[in-house]
Design a protein around this ligand. Sequence first.
Ligand SMILES: [Zn+2]
Length: 270
Amino acid sequence: MKKITLCLMLFGAMYSINAQKINLGKAAGMVSNSAKALTFTNEDAVKLSKESVDWMDKNNAVAGPKDPYTVRLNKLFGKHKSQDGLNLNYKVYKVKDINAFACADGSVRVFSSLMDIMTDNELLAVIGHEIGHVKNQDTKDAMKSAYLKAAALDAASSASSAVATLNESQMGKMANAFLDASHSKKQESEADTYSYDFMKTNKYDVVGAYTAFKKLALLSEGSTQSNFEKMFNSHPDSNKRAESIKKRAEKDGMWKDPGTVSLPTAKLTK
Ligand SMILES: [Zn+2]
């Protein structure tokens, strides 16, 4: 993937195979006091998200309408575009990173490499998780901090107390700033809960949410049982998150033991 990541990534930048970090250079720590006092509304977050996603779409390989990845995502996501009163849109980025992200404006982007290792039920759990972040407006704070980093590079913008229109280069910088943005544990846990409820309400198999996290745990452990490249960093929370999904499913009488979860040896999108 082009070295940009914005909005809140499902699994955090740590799940990127191409874990090349953007050097933010002097950007960090240069936020002026006036910029800190910036009034940043949900509308600002939505507007900047929309602009950032447009930028991302232009700078990444987006799967075309007849691409098998798009066809598969249409099948899974198509009926949920208005989920929970939201106005959602989605696309597939054909990139090596195993990830997905959601933005304040309702844009969800799923990466093809994630679709290679996840079953339909697991992808639905991921989609539910992303919709949860949109619904809970989790992207606002990350968007604000990235905006400030981008604006801080330009004295004129950072001196203003209103959200300025970013130029092309600032937009890229803002997108880059999201590389280091991550969810709080609370936001993650709430998005997991949202995902579980999404699965349950739509009569999908909630065990998919469990196995999705188990697969991520395997990736972070650098499992050698698949062709997939070893992940760079560990993410010890994945197993814990899987376990809490299992507990809920047991309580709801919806638990079915999936057996040992392993990473597929062939791509799951055909
Ligand atoms: Zn998340």
